[in-house]
Design a protein around this ligand. Sequence first.
Ligand code: E4P
Length: 218
Amino acid sequence: MKFFIDTANLDQIREAGELGVLDGVTTNPSLMAKEGITGKNNILKHYVDICNIVDGDVSAEVIGTTFDQMVREGEELADLHDQIVVKVPMIRDGVKALRYFTEKGIRTNCTLVFSPGQALLAAKAGATYVSPFIGRLDDVSSDGLNLISEIREIYDNYDFETEILAASIRHTMHIIECAKLGADVMTGPLSSIEGLLKHPLTDIGLEKFLADYRKGNP
Ligand code: E4P
């Protein structure tokens, strides 16, 4: 399973990178705004800054909602750096843009996916990644993890190469469950990744090992 971090915060990206398990970064317009990154030039520069500190795919989202706008923006984003993956929303013109980018050899991440049918369309259009938003489904009393399982089954039936990128991960158990269901990638906040580290028996065990060592080696 690949680990992506879902943030535009450079310190957090560095911190996750130093852990040695980071495979990429996803961003979205809300995450950029949260970091106070506004204005086209600053946003483009920020994508390059992210690419320069992580060794892996960096999803950069288009803002336009028509085919022409998405193609223009996506080509500009893809030209920024070879690590850029163009993030395209699951809307009618987005599907057309996915097909266009696929034919041009530009890698894509189809975002805002909430149903198996949308995931099937994204794969048919050749998306590199499909991003089902599991946390947002859970927020409205729908089963986000079930969507991962349905997409896995569909993709396996037809050997689609599109990778399932479990997005809108809210906590560590989401990661574990997505791994059990065979999601190819997860993207979540740093806290969800760090949660994988923790177990009280590890801390207690280490404390005892060190105490016993100190007894024998005063
Ligand atoms: C995916 O790429 C999105 O950036 C993200 O996972 C959305 O998560 P949220 O529902 O926590 O905003």
